[in-house]
Every structure is written in C-alpha cells, then in structure tokens.
Write a protein that binds this ligand. Structure first.
Ligand code: HEC
Length: 217
C-alpha cells in the first residue's frame, strides 16, 4: 500500500460529479419544458367559438390517429411573422386555447400535405372528402397522398338502406358498381369537416391575428 492513491472525497469522485451534473441539467430541463408550460397553460378556457367534439367526431379523430394522417398533416398554422400560412389559406395562427378539447393534440411535425386546422372551412363538402380519401389523384392530379381503399366496399348493385354510396368523378365510376363508405370513414370525414377554427379565439387578440381570423380561409 506504499504508492496507493489517497481516498477521494465525495466531490472528487468523477462518477458522482457526472451523475449530479446530469441531474441538475435534467431538473432544469423538466422545469423549463414541462413544469413551466403546465403552469402557464393549465387555466386556459376554451374560446366561445370552439365547440367540443361530438362522439362521432371523436371516433373520426381516432381513425385520423390510427391511419397516420398526422405524419403528413399538421394542425398548427403559424404566425405571419414565421411563415406565410395565412396566405396559403390555412387560417390565422393557432393559440393554446384552440386546443382546449384536443387530448392528445394533433399538432403534427411534418407538412407533406397542407395544414388541416381549418379544412372544414376550406372544404366543407362531404362528397369531396370521401372521394379524395378513396382516390386522392382523381381530385388532385399528381397527389402523393395514399389512397385508402379499405375505408370503402366496392361491389355490384346498389346501396342498401342506411348505406352511403359515394359520388366519384366519372373516370372512377364503373357501370353497375357502387362504392360504399364504411362507418369509420364517415366518422373521419365528420371530424375533418368539423375542423374549423376561423372564430376569433380571445378578445385580447384584437391584433393582426384577429384580422386573419375574420377572413375565412
Ligand atoms: C404520405 C403523406 C400523406 C398522408 C399519410 C396523408 N396525406 Fe392527406 N394529403 C397529402 C398531400 C401531399 C396532399 C395534397 C394533395 C392532395 O390534395 O391530395 C394531401 C391533401 C389532403 C387533404 C386536402 C387538403 C386541402 O387543403 O385541400 C385532406 C383533407 C387530407 N389530405 C386528409 C388526409 C387524411 C384524413 C389522411 C389520413 C387518413 C391523410 N390525408 C393522409 C399527403 C398525405
């Protein structure tokens, strides 16, 4: 034991310093990114113009989640200072209160397709949505959005009572054949048409934001 190292004190031990440093950073990050936003946002009331989802719309929302629409579509138009989203027809910049009924929120991170926060105001036609989901390229030539054939049943004959046969462009219609929309896609379209945040969210926002809101996209 002649040349042995002297025992290090607590703060001289590298492992402990690394672990304590990591804890401080993690604690700081949690306070900044979890605790602070929670405190700031927990008392936000839904705006008067925002309606809670109906049960059919909530089912449609689940279909939206299950089919990965969120991977290509955002639901968060940005402020005019950050991006020309309003000029693209996507509506005013969203505010926290707009998401009061969204659990989980479906902000999205990618925009392979257009933002859908106001798709109900922009495209209120149920027939258009059903046909577009059946075959996007029949409505938007060159579209890279996938078609969703499993939302529909194609068969000979006519629709039975209670079924919804969709109206397709002539190029997709075959004589004697009907395309029936399944309940899940009817719920999805109900949800899409309900996505309309063109109200003015908060009186305090009587700013350029509100002016954008007043102009329907
Ligand atoms: C691979 C990416 C991708 C996926 C996944 C995707 N989309 Fe799209 N979507 C697009 C693109 C690109 C467009 C623009 C071209 C077009 O209209 O087809 C679009 C357009 C749309 C539009 C019309 C938007 C407008 O402003 O006119 C709607 C509505 C829509 N998608 C809904 C959906 C729904 C609902 C799902 C899930 C079932 C979905 N999309 C999945 C890429 C995608």
């Amino acid at each position: 034991m002649s040349a042995g190292k002297a025992k290090k004190s607590f703060w001289e031990m590298d492992e402990l310093r690394i672990v304590s440093g990591a804890m401080v950073i993690l604690g700081g990050a949690t306070a900044l990114m979890v605790a602070m936003p929670y405190v700031l946002l927990k008392n936000i009331e839904p705006p008067a113009g925002l309606k809670p989802y109906t049960s059919v719309q909530l089912t449609g929302r689940q279909v939206y989640i299950a089919n990965g629409c969120i991977y290509c579509h955002s639901q968060q138009p940005r402020d005019i200072k950050q991006a020309p989203d309003a000029a693209r027809g996507w509506g005013r910049a969203s505010v926290a209160a707009d998401y009061a009924y969204d659990t989980p929120h479906l902000l999205g991170t990618m925009r392979t397709g257009p933002d859908l926060f106001n798709i109900g105001a922009r495209q209120p036609s149920k027939d258009w949505h059903l046909g577009h989901l059946y075959q996007p390229r029949a409505y938007t030539p060159g579209s890279i959005m996938p078609s969703y054939p499993y939302f529909f049943e194609v068969r000979k004959g006519v629709a039975k009572p209670g079924e919804t046969a969709i109206t397709l462009p002539p190029a997709l219609t075959k004589p004697g054949e009907v395309v029936i929309a399944k309940p899940e896609v009817l719920a999805l379209v109900n949800y899409l048409i309900g996505l309309d945040h063109t109200y003015i969210p908060l009186p305090a926002l009587a700013t350029p934001n509100a002016a954008q809101a007043a102009t329907k996209p």
